[in-house]
Design a protein around this ligand. Structure first.
Ligand SMILES: Nc1ncnc2c1ncn2[C@@H]1O[C@H](COP(=O)(O)OP(=O)(O)OP(=O)(O)O)[C@@H](O)[C@H]1O
Length: 260
């Protein structure tokens, strides 16, 4: 079964395509890494798949449902960590998680129980009573991940989950996510620019370039001819003119001093 399937998915902004004729196929239980250079269309795709943006044409099926026809039924089964986090800054970490759970319909006690477990798993238990405003960027990212998991979603969308997180925390989150996927509890769709981390995590890869899907397959298939980074650069790299030398940065007396 496919957790995500799109056909001809297209979104224009001001007449220009941000995503074109996308045919994604994400198997249920996969850990899917969605890669692409800046401006390639990753966030737009994620917004289309999570029902935050309507397509100009084409369709997206998520967990067997048409996103446009059943947006609420789809959203109830998703967890999303967007790139720009939207947390309630004046709540404590514990309150944030618990209220998030209650918004998804969990009874108060169950939401509190899950919040405590998530705080422990995300190594935030010591900061559970602090207001979110006082959290560091990395702590907020981890808390947002907790919010995305508390209702037990079947599909998790993560936009740049490791951005701004230290190496120890990345390794902890990696283990948590891999454990969730390996227990077949969850399908994960992740975007990241950190290819080494992606390479160690995912089972499937899709590469988008200028709105079009240019590579898709299992990690083994995609890496058949080199590392993920090599495949990525081959897929999206293009001949670029040499950058200007910035010789004035060489300092006084340097090659670019300008001489008078
Ligand atoms: N709301 C919008 N209005 C107009 N253009 C948009 C809008 N959102 C995205 N775009 C354009 O669509 C294209 C794809 O943007 P998108 O944010 O999906 O890229 P991305 O792959 O997520 O990039 P990054 O890695 O830099 O976050 C870009 O050219 C961007 O300028």
């Amino acid at each position: 079964m496919l957790a995500i399937e799109t056909r001809g998915l297209t979104r224009l902004f001001d007449g220009k395509p941000a995503v074109q004729e996308l045919a994604l196929a994400v198997p249920a239980g996969a850990f899917y890494g969605f890669l692409g250079p800046n401006g390639a269309g990753k966030s737009t795709t994620m917004r289309l798949l999570t029902g935050l943006l309507a397509p100009t044409s084409g369709e997206a099926r998520v967990l067997g449902l048409d996103v446009a026809a059943s947006p609420l039924a789809v959203k109830a089964q998703l967890g999303v960590v967007p790139d720009g986090l939207s947390l309630f800054e004046r709540l404590t970490g514990e309150e944030q998680l618990r209220i998030h759970g209650q918004l998804y319909g969990l009874p108060r006690r169950e939401a509190a129980r899950r919040a405590a477990e998530l705080l422990e798993a995300l190594e935030l238990a010591g900061d559970a009573g602090k207001v979110v405003q006082a959290y560091s960027h990395g702590m907020k990212k981890k808390l947002a991940l907790g919010c995305a998991l508390i209702h037990g979603p079947r599909l998790l969308f993560l936009d740049e989950p490791f951005e701004g997180i230290d190496a120890v925390a990345v390794s902890g989150i990696r283990r948590l996510l891999q454990d969730l996927v390996s227990r077949r509890a969850l399908t994960i769709f992740l975007t990241s620019h950190v290819l080494e981390v992606v390479e160690r995590l995912v089972t499937h890869v899709g590469i988008i370039h200028r709105g079009r899907l240019v590579v898709q397959g299992t990690l083994e298939e995609v890496r058949a001819t080199g590392t993920l980074e090599e495949t990525f650069i081959r897929a999206v790299g293009e001949a670029r003119p040499a950058p200007p030398p910035l010789s004035w940065l060489a300092g006084p007396g340097g090659a670019g001093d300008g001489g008078a």
